[in-house]
Ligand binder design. Structure first.
Ligand code: ZN
Length: 272
């Protein structure tokens, strides 16, 4: 099943099940507590990120060729960092290049995102996928200047600007993705592939990541886990390839879909 979250023409938020012809049927219930189709056609006025995460956990340097392009050793344990939930962005809405706290080195990262569906703690890798509600595409947008040099030695500042976590377009349930370790994923920058690889290159599998993150730690429903990006990031290109206003970035993952966002400059407005 492919689940979408969207607005109807009255501005109400709903979840619906995408049909093969592109229409959608309204779901009733809660995507975490249990839901069923109403059989009613949904009014999809605007697509939203497929859930409002309660937390966004992310794993760094988790693809072998990406670790190599960064000149890094393969990590001994998954490298955890956190993206703020306010960095969430919908499909088709803009990625804003930070201008108030300026960055001139904003980069894309295509990533398989995993949504936790049930509370879990201390789960083994063998059971970990039982707690997955579904999978979607993420773009772990990263301001490399704030990640690398100006962020005090950790990555959160550079990865948590507004709009730096586009998510979607669909939440795909695990019956359609029995093996998350064999999915092609790529980034298209202005329709040209700049990352093009497969989740079979992950150092730590989705199941191993959930085992690690749930160790002595409760994972709640609505937690989103970004599982790392393959090689081909803009920072590693010669010369580096930074996002600029007018760019169009698409993350595509096999069996999930295409997550597309235009790139614009942040307007210099502050909260009144
Ligand atoms: Zn990443």
């Amino acid at each position: 099943m492919k689940i979408i979250r969207h607005l109807d023409h009255q501005g109400r938020i709903a979840h619906s099940e995408l049909q093969a012809d592109g229409t959608a049927l309204l779901l009733k219930g809660d995507i975490f507590e249990g839901f069923q189709s109403t059989g009613k056609q949904a009014e999809v006025a605007k697509l939203l990120a497929p859930l409002a995460p309660i937390q966004i956990l992310a794993i760094g340097l988790n693809y072998r060729r990406h670790a190599t392009e960064m000149g890094s050793k393969f990590p001994e344990y998954p490298i955890l960092f956190i993206k703020s939930i306010s960095s969430l962005q919908n499909p088709e809405d803009p990625i804003f290049l930070p201008r108030h706290l300026r960055s001139d080195r904003v980069d894309y990262e295509c990533e398989l995102a995993v949504v936790i569906g049930r509370t879990c703690k201390n789960v083994s890798a063998a059971r970990a996928l039982d707690f997955v509600l579904g999978y979607t595409c993420a773009n772990d947008v990263s301001a490399r200047d704030w990640q690398k040099n100006a962020g005090g030695g950790q990555w959160c500042r550079g990865k948590t600007f507004d709009t730096f976590c586009p998510l979607g377009p669909y939440l795909v349930t695990p019956d359609e993705i029995p093996d998350p370790q064999n999915l092609k994923l790529r980034t298209l920058l202005n329709h040209t592939a700049v990352q093009d690889w497969n989740t079979n290159d992950m150092i730590f599998s989705v199941a191993q990541i959930i085992e690690f993150l749930s160790g002595s730690t409760t994972l709640l429903p609505g937690t989103v886990i970004l599982t790392g990006t393959p090689h081909g990031v803009g920072m590693a290109a010669q010369p580096p390839r930074w996002l600029k206003p007018g760019d169009i970035v698409t993350v595509e993952i096999e069996k999930i879909g295409l997550l597309t966002n235009p790139v614009l400059e942040e307007e210099l407005l502050s909260t009144p």
